[in-house]
Design a protein. Structure first.
Length: 360
């Protein structure tokens, strides 16, 4: 799809009166024209009938507030949006705002909500429009056709860099401090059951990359085969959010139950953090089958590194199953901050110290 300028789109597709409005006379421009502290650079999405109304909206009609760099027409009942095209247009035009001009299909709106989060764009809609799942609407302009903000752009470049530096430093120190504990645990595991001391399970990480998530082995070496060969056990595993509590899992060894209760089995994941496959705080790493619970929000979930601990992990993870778990993890991704991470780390430390709690 070729991006048209506002004037070009207005003069060819829209009523003549709209083409003369201030919002319809600016040529499409690329990243080189972005002005520091200037107006929001908006990509407008909607039907041919709704776009003129959106461009003449009081909150949008002035270039002091919005610079519409591109218009993508879609039908109101269209089930999906051209995601790859929209992502490319956002990048090419340095857009920082997605503006939905009016009512569209709910599934299409959900896709735009995910695109806004993963592309670090604001998501604004001219009402009436459906609200994407798990987004909290905020009225930014009242009137006959209110303007609603559904996603807030996160200036995440500096934050991500600082978080990565903290992850490197903290994981390196953590590995040095925990090395004696890991050594003793490895010896005990090797001496009390057959098999190696460590176990790497394939998980889905940042941007969908697969990696081995390391743990001290807490199960028998044939745990995977036993799970697949026992229909009742496997059904319980899936129904319980792709996990089984240690006290009811026959594959967990006696020393393994202690390691899980104290969270010692998770310490090798500090190596994953140091390598950049994980972060100290984030959504817990998932197996591929679990992504089905994040339909419509998979890209959002995978836009951050999975965490050694996270919002779900400190919210009673053995009691919080899908779909509530997905809501908690996605809420973290959309609203994460240094303050949130600090609170999660504090709650994690408290849970680990108190063995009676549902430790992360």
């Amino acid at each position: 799809m070729r991006c048209r300028s506002r004037f070009s789109y207005a003069s060819r597709k829209l009523p003549k009166s709209t083409a003369k409005s201030p919002a319809a006379q600016v040529e499409s421009s690329g990243p080189e024209s972005v002005r520091q502290g200037g107006p929001f650079r908006a990509l407008v999405i909607g039907s041919v009938a709704d776009v003129p109304r959106a461009l003449e909206h009081p909150a949008i009609g002035s270039r002091a507030r919005f610079d519409v760099v591109c218009v993508v027409p879609i039908e109101p009942d269209q089930l999906a949006v051209p995601r790859a095209t929209i992502r490319q247009l956002i990048s090419t035009n340095a857009a920082d705002t997605i503006l939905v001009a009016g009512p569209i299909n709910r599934n299409a709106m959900d896709e735009l909500g995910e695109l806004a989060v993963t592309s670090a764009c604001r998501l604004l809609v001219v009402m009436p429009s459906p609200v994407p799942r798990l987004h909290d609407p905020v009225v930014v302009w009242e009137g006959e056709h209110p303007l609603i903000q559904l996603a807030v752009v996160r200036e995440n470049g500096v934050r991500n860099a600082l978080k990565r530096l903290f992850d490197i430093g903290a994981s390196a120190v953590g590995l040095l401090v925990s090395a004696p504990i890991l050594a003793v645990a490895a010896v005990v595991v090797r001496s009390t059951s057959a098999g190696g001391a460590f176990f790497g399970h394939e998980r889905v990480g940042l941007n969908g990359r697969r990696f081995r998530c390391w743990k001290i082995r807490t199960m028998s070496v044939d745990a995977e085969q036993r799970l697949l060969s026992d229909p009742a056990l496997h059904e319980n595993y899936r129904n319980n959010g792709f996990k089984l509590p240690a006290h009811s899992d026959p594959r967990v060894t006696r020393i393994g139950r202690f390691l899980r209760q104290t969270s010692i089995d998770e310490l090798p994941q500090l190596w994953n953090v140091l390598k950049g496959e994980m972060s100290l705080v984030g959504p817990r790493p998932l197996i591929a089958d679990e992504l089905q619970h994040y339909t419509g929000s998979v890209l959002t979930l995978l836009s951050v590194r999975p965490g050694l601990t996270g919002a779900w992990a400190v919210s009673g993870r053995h009691r919080l199953l899908y779909p509530q778990r997905a809501e908690v993890e996605l809420d973290y991704v959309r609203n994460c901050s240094f303050k949130t991470d600090a609170m999660i780390l504090i709650r994690t430390a408290a849970a680990v110290v108190d063995f009676s709690t549902d430790s992360p």
